[in-house]
Ligand binder design. Sequence first.
Ligand code: LMR
Length: 405
Amino acid sequence: TAATVAAAPEDPLFGLMKAYREDPSDKKVDLGIGAYRDNNAKPWILPVVKKADDAIHKDPSLNHEYLSIGGLPDFTSAAQKLIVGATSPAIQEKRICSLQTISGTGAVHLGGLFLSKFHPQKPTIYLSNPTWANHNQIFTNVGLSLANYPYFSKETKGLDFNGMLQALRAAPNGSIILLHACAHNPTGVDPSQDQWREIAAVMRERQHFPFFDTAYQGFASGDLVRDSWAIRYFVEQGFELCVAQSFAKNFGLYGERTGAFHFVSAPGADASTANSHIASQLAILQRSEISNPPAYGARIASRVLNDPTLFAEWEDDLRTMSGRIQEMRRGLRKRLEAKGTPGSWDHITSQIGMFSFTGLSEAQVKILRDKWHVYMTKNGRISMAGLNTNNLDYFAEAVDSVVRE
Ligand code: LMR
């Protein structure tokens, strides 16, 4: 067998991270992976996470036993409330089942696997063009067929709303549509609330199934409720849908793999029974894949989510992160405009969340890396969190230079 296995290419994002680490230049700038950095380009442990962590270490009731297959119940119930709102009828009517997962990736995978096995038509899943690169791999791995819908307009560097709606209308009835709930990765472009309403109307008409991916709640607007508006709206509209939820970015728990998968059944007399059947099948899938999820990150998140004082501190930490990112957006735009760098740069401040889709070409990205030691993905995406008051001038100078080249 060994001889028949061809070498696979390195993962582009993790390859980029490695290349950055190995670059000896003291000027180097890491704008690759979507992970928050403080103004000194260092990882940031959220103060509220540190507090919860300290409390866990002192808690004599904790041990290293297995969690249940579905994870820590205090965590999954709080994660559910964070997404749909504590007073949502979907919770009261027991129409949501939730399992703790290996962060957002695990949730996307579990949802994909479930739909691939249990959806009677095994429909095509439509992904935004572009989308998070891993979506393609994960859904291919579980045997779903993939298609794209237009999303980003190169001209306006904003949403190609008409293109998106047309594609949703043209997709076969009952398709699965992957939607980024907020702070779209990689473009930083989200539909407005009115646009979400229209998207929902088309999806209702075509009986499409919404599959929400939410990895940046609290990062788009700094407001957790506003950042879950689209999901809440679809739930209120009575859709059957699912949600893959990551706590990697908003808690800074990247390596702890903390996330949840939620399946929301449509309202109806049998909804709660149907939902419990779905929960039982998801549990079997989870058991065969990871047996049960890891406890540590979920314990931290659960403490914060279930304690009003800690929750308020978490909101402060989120505002610290999203506020610094917004400051960097304004700073970058201001510098490029002051230099008269060819092109328009207002998209830097109109795009939101962790990323900006700069519009730089693959060739320009390569020069930035080879000549300026600036690392970003080939599609011109930059992680805004990699910018800080120490490297903003340097980065603006680098961009100005490659754009004029
Ligand atoms: C990113 O897109 O940079 C993040 O979501 C990290 C990842 O796992 O790809």
